[in-house]
Ligand binder design. Sequence first.
Ligand code: ZN
Length: 235
Amino acid sequence: MPDAAVWAAEIEARRLAGDGLEFEPKAFAAATETVWPNPELQRFLDVLVASHQMQRIDVRLCPNSVCRLPLDHGMVANGECPHCHLAFTESGDDPIPSIRYRITGEASRDIRWIIVVHGMNTRGAWQEDLSWLIANKLKYAAPVLIHKYGWATIDVLLMPLHRRLAKTLGEKIRRAVDYARARGLTAAPDILVHSFGSHLFSLILQDEAFSDLRFGRVITVGSIIRPDFAQRHRS
Ligand SMILES: [Zn+2]
């Protein structure tokens, strides 16, 4: 029967790896070969929550027994699971209340500020949603710079145009970095690039003229950057 030392080691390993940070107690018990339910493990988890090393989260799970995706408020309000597409409001299945734990601490750092570059010819509605989410989910204000460009296509014959769009974006980022630095925000920005935005971002990274730019986390959505980009352009 594993004891608190085994559980503590598992928590610490996950914290360091930044992986498996959110879990259901039953799954944690299985990972540490502990029988569940287990009053000792429950007490161990309670102590971590009380000392703010973990959060206890009330979640609702998809009622589909083969899915069980944790549903956020939006998904519950929407009445449909985005994973298995069960329309649970229609079918009269209520989401299942459950408890999860989230390890807090060193693994993740705060978002200092973020640049968002959208994809091709989109209205970029998701960016507005994202800024709204960032503004509402964080307990502090993280400035968000949204870059929109005009019409573009991925046609390789239009490379000169792509370079021009990338230059414009790079210069805008540099101005934003200067502006932020002048106001005491010295951290490199995180950047979220979508689709064609990821192509422009890769051009900036290859451009000697922008070698002074530094970035924190890079998040790509629907990226069209070649998977071997880092190997091909390692400096
Ligand atoms: Zn589901």
